[in-house]
Unconditional design. Structure first.
Length: 324
């Protein structure tokens, strides 16, 4: 991995925008000293809107950061309060405007739909406001309820009611059609970009490209094994300081590799590249996909199998069926 030129660098996980620009610059200088970084490498920073100021954004540009991923989540203040975000809708819009004024021409925003009480019409309005910001990339996620979170507790207590599946599917259809009509290409189930602005970093994960993760809980992949650092930050720091880093490691079997190819590729507009599979795997995949192809939920395009809109609505079921 260390001999390959670095084409993307991504500051993510947690809240990297809490770092000062000088700290980010220090990390980037160290990376450049250890690895060959391509001249046109995509260098992304995830940021909370409330952390972005005009001065900070100008400093970030000077460090070499050339792409921002801003976690807006919603343009409705009631929704923001419900999901526990500390910024307001206006602060989110202002963060994008300041980033554009600072010279960032590659900006992604995150949005969540399926928030309790949210209607399809309200979601359409959220998308309208996102489009007006003139950003290059939009990532969208349907709200999920994780064990141990405040929202899950609220759901269990009956304080909120989850949006039903039919409404979520309508919201997703509105999402796809609205962004398509406004110049965005859907290149993955949850990701939309204007021409030339697909996320190189995210695409690398879906295309089976090796990557290196640095930091607590960070994952690495070399094409055959997956490694991940301990998530406890204090213990991670101790291991680094004592030069006793002990990542856990998983060696992927051929079956694991096949299943990951199916799971990740079906989420993308390119679908499953059958040329990546062995002859036996290809035959198995085509055989398992036949029913879904006949039902119009998958299509076979040359050497690829791609999910249709109706297929995306049951993608977990299809994926499970195609896996070994």
């Amino acid at each position: 991995m260390d001999t390959e030129p670095v084409s993307t660098i991504y500051f993510g996980g947690g809240t990297p925008s809490l770092l000062s620009a000088s700290q980010i610059e220090l990390i980037l200088r160290k990376i450049h000293s250890l690895y060959k970084v391509e001249d046109e490498a995509e260098i992304t920073l995830e940021a909370n809107p409330g952390d972005l100021t005009k001065e900070y954004l100008r400093e970030l540009r000077d460090t070499g950061i050339n792409r921002l991923s801003i976690g807006i989540q919603s343009f409705d203040n009631n929704n923001l309060r419900l999901i526990g975000r500390r910024h307001t809708a206006e602060e989110a819009k202002e963060a994008v405007r300041m980033a554009q004024e600072a010279g960032f021409g590659n900006i992604s925003i995150d949005l969540i739909y399926g928030i309790p009480g949210q209607t399809t019409e309200q979601w359409e309005e959220e998308l309208r406001q996102a489009i007006q910001l003139d950003v290059q990339h939009i990532s969208t996620y349907c709200l999920t309820y994780e064990d141990g979170t405040k929202m899950t507790q609220m759901l269990q207590n009956g304080d909120i009611i989850a949006v039903d599946d039919d409404t979520e599917n309508r919201m997703y259809a509105v999402l796809v059609n609205t962004l398509k009509d406004n110049g965005f290409e859907q290149y993955e189930v949850s990701n939309f970009a204007k021409v030339g602005y697909y996320s190189h970093h995210n695409s690398a994960y879906w295309d089976d490209t090796p990557y290196m993760g640095l930091g607590a809980a960070a994952h690495s992949y070399d094409g055959r094994t997956r490694q991940w650092n301990i998530s406890d930050i204090k213990e991670y720091i101790r291991q680094v300081q004592t030069k006793d880093l002990q990542p856990e490691k998983e060696v992927l079997t051929e079956r694991d590799k096949y299943n990951e190819c199916v799971m990740l590729s079906l989420r993308t507009a390119k679908g499953i590249d059958l040329n990546r599979l062995t002859e036996e795997e290809r035959d198995y995949c085509l055989r398992k996909a036949e029913t879904f192809i006949n039902n119009g939920q998958l299509v076979s395009c040359g050497n690829r199998i791609v999910a249709t809109m109706s297929g995306i609505n049951i993608l977990n079921l299809i994926t499970e069926h195609l896996m070994q």
